[in-house]
Design a protein around this ligand. Sequence first.
Ligand SMILES: [Zn+2]
Length: 449
Amino acid sequence: MKSLLDFYRIFDLAYGTGIIDKYESLMEMQYWFEGKIREYQEEKLKAIVTHAYNNVEYYHTLFDRIGIKPADIRHREDLEKIPLISREDLQNNSRIFMSKDISVRKVFKMHTSGTTGIALQHVLDREAWAWLKAISLRNWSWAGWNFTDKVGLMTVAGSSSQQKGNFKNKIWLNVQNLVPIEIMHMDEAIIRENLRKIEKYRITHLRGYPSGIYSMALFIQKLDIKMEMKSVMTTAEVLYPYQRKVIEDVFGCRVFDAYGTHDGCVSSGECERHKGLHLHFEPSIVQIVDPAGRSVPNGREGDVVATALFNYAMPLIRYKVNDRATMSKEPCSCGRNTPLIKHILGRSSEIFRLPNGRIFNGLSMPLEDYNSIEFFQIVHAEPDRIDINIIGKNEMEEDLQKDIKDIQRLITFHAGEGMRVNINLVEKMEYSRGGKFRYVISKVNYDKI
Ligand SMILES: [Zn+2]
């Protein structure tokens, strides 16, 4: 397709989705003042809360039990009256979160795979899906993408249905100007093949997991090749500053990081100023909360909680998405007044609780500073055991042995008394079932400690 704009116009005509109309309004809404953003969110909030009370078993029972009525939820702050729901609540009984008028709604069923590997059934109606599609286009526009650009999707084999290679998926990617590029196994031949593909299809933007794009960038660096891209868009994992640096150097462009959840409850991305991640305020109200569910001030770390405003098929109100984040105290200088995330601190499951009472934050261990290490992974394997899996750089064998001793000392020091630390040199890293690479993995059930 020459321009994606033509494709969506046809798509909108055929399915009544209005993606392009939505996109055009979103491009204006991003410059709304804070007061107008609040007004918009609170209008949507009142509507979804009323709908949820009238049509969703879980909320009806809950509101009656705690003695609140939909009319009590008028402002964003009022959300604190509603208890949090967790991923486990949905896993155990997703049916009670579905609207009883679901049969007359045009619904997409989505399955998202999580860190636990348990598939979670999530239902999205067509209108909500179309809004989320338009929002992702706005997010891409911040990276300088436009409707005629081709995007290389850096994929890890088996990571999603897109990679299964079935005919329908191939067409779906093709019409959207998306070109899959396999980056799971890399050697010089594969890298050269990827580079040929990028040239052949005139790909101007790359998009994918930071770990994958980073390792491809390292290979390209070794081959001493420069690749000029308009942007690299990263998502789904924490992006480290050292990865950003290498990627920007190799591809001669800026990296635009994004953070969101598969279900569309949270969606955010960097603008051209790179001051943090702009939260898209239209699909959800996002709060950063303490363990009691109260909002914390900007600048303080807390759990990410979202209230989705579009999805009437399966309303999620006060949904704890399992990530931790800090909001910025300062607005961005670009003129967009949406809330700004300063840091994503990763999932709470990446923070280990040790039997000696210590809290061990794997993400804060500076292992990327060791030059002899290509990849690392920190695993809380047993309550009293932490494994560090390492892939070393071949040409730095001697330094590697020295660094390993150092890392052993560092981790033992931070883990504290009674903890065993194993360093394993491995050939391959462990990926989650969804194909996501995690630097930090916990296999321990903390309820039993
Ligand atoms: Zn900005």
